[in-house]
Design a binder for this molecule. Structure first.
Ligand code: PMP
Length: 316
């Protein structure tokens, strides 16, 4: 895709290595953005993605922050449709199976000065994805990263760009060393931000769903959809700063009755424990997370009616 607009030699080619100039800007300055989206096969064989225009719009927001050209929504959708059109059999059938699609754009212009690149490449790669959990949904253990943050105010936290993930690798390794599955980050104000690759939500005793608001959070499409399903059920939804104290005291007093995380890969995963800063708190798990998970996956796999118009058919 060219900065001046329009495709330049678009094609579908067999998966394999690509060649880059050693001075390509992406290798030095990390000027790149990406998306993650799944294609689901329904029982009637048809193939659908979930809210892909939201991924396209988020890619545009990421592009603006990373000084990359904004791919029009129609071009984003076309790139996915054409990939699937080559061979729909790539989309597996079966319980919780999907084809994971990874659209990404990077600066391939070769130069060593620090400036936005004029030549970029846009690719979509795909990989079959099985169920995130083997043997049923299991609560995960979360490590609180005290020492490291993934994003700064005015930085790139809200963009889906490699630099944020680069910043999260060492804390993620720290989480593993401490027997945890995932890391939870605090934002620049010390409030709860998100996990390395998932957003976080809390359920209060009165049924209210609370999720952090912060300028450095990646605006998750799964979270956004969960909030909408919760509103449909008549639940109150609050998007506001959540402090670590509110979280820990809420769990201790019983005011918080469930803690869970969400994202395209796992959909929803209950959080069973929070560890770090010298403490280890067991977290309450409950029915709401699991029932929202079921409703969302039922929509994605076409098992219930898509009343929100969230599905986008790819093979017709
Ligand atoms: N936060 C981060 C940092 C992520 O990488 C992801 C995964 N894209 C999410 C949240 C969840 O976003 P989504 O629901 O759109 O997958």
């Amino acid at each position: 895709w060219s900065v001046k607009g329009g495709w330049h030699r678009p094609r579908v080619q067999p998966y394999g290595p690509i060649s880059l100039d050693p001075a390509a800007a992406v290798l030095h300055y990390g000027q790149e953005i990406f998306e993650g989206i799944k294609a689901y096969r329904h029982a009637d064989g048809s193939i659908h993605t979930f809210r892909p225009e939201q991924n396209a719009l988020r890619l545009q927001r990421s592009a603006r922050r990373l000084a990359l050209p904004e791919l029009p929504v129609e071009y984003f959708l076309q790139s996915i449709r054409e990939l699937i059109a080559v061979d729909g059999a790539w989309v597996p059938s079966g319980e919780n199976q999907s084809l994971y699609l990874r659209p990404f754009m990077f600066a391939k212009e070769a130069f060593l000065g620090v400036r936005p690149a004029n030549k970029v490449a846009y690719y979509v790669i795909a990989s079959p994805a099985g169920s995130y959990f083997t043997g049923g949904v299991k609560p995960v253990t979360i490590w609180l990263s005290e020492r490291y943050q993934r994003a700064a105010k005015g930085g790139t936290g809200a963009a889906k760009t490699g630099g944020n993930y680069a910043a999260s690798l060492l804390p993620q390794a720290e989480a593993y060393e401490n027997g945890c599955d995932q890391v939870v980050f605090l934002d620049a104000d010390g409030n709860i931000e998100e996990l390395g690759g998932m957003n976080i939500l809390f359920v209060k005793k009165d049924g209210t769903l609370v999720t952090p608001a912060s300028e450095t959070i990646l605006d998750g499409i799964t979270r956004n959809s969960i909030l909408e399903l919760a509103r449909d059920r008549g639940l109150t939804v609050e998007q506001r700063p959540v402090s670590l104290t509110e979280w820990r005291e809420g769990v201790a007093s019983g005011d918080i009755t469930e803690v869970f995380a969400c994202g395209t890969a796992a959909v929803i995963t209950p959080i069973g424990a929070l560890k770090g800063a010298g403490f280890e708190d067991t977290q309450p798990t409950g029915e709401l997370a699991l029932s929202l998970r079921e409703e969302l996956t039922d929509i994605q796999y076409g098992r219930i009616e898509d009343t929100h118009g969230w599905l986008h058919r790819l093979d017709a």
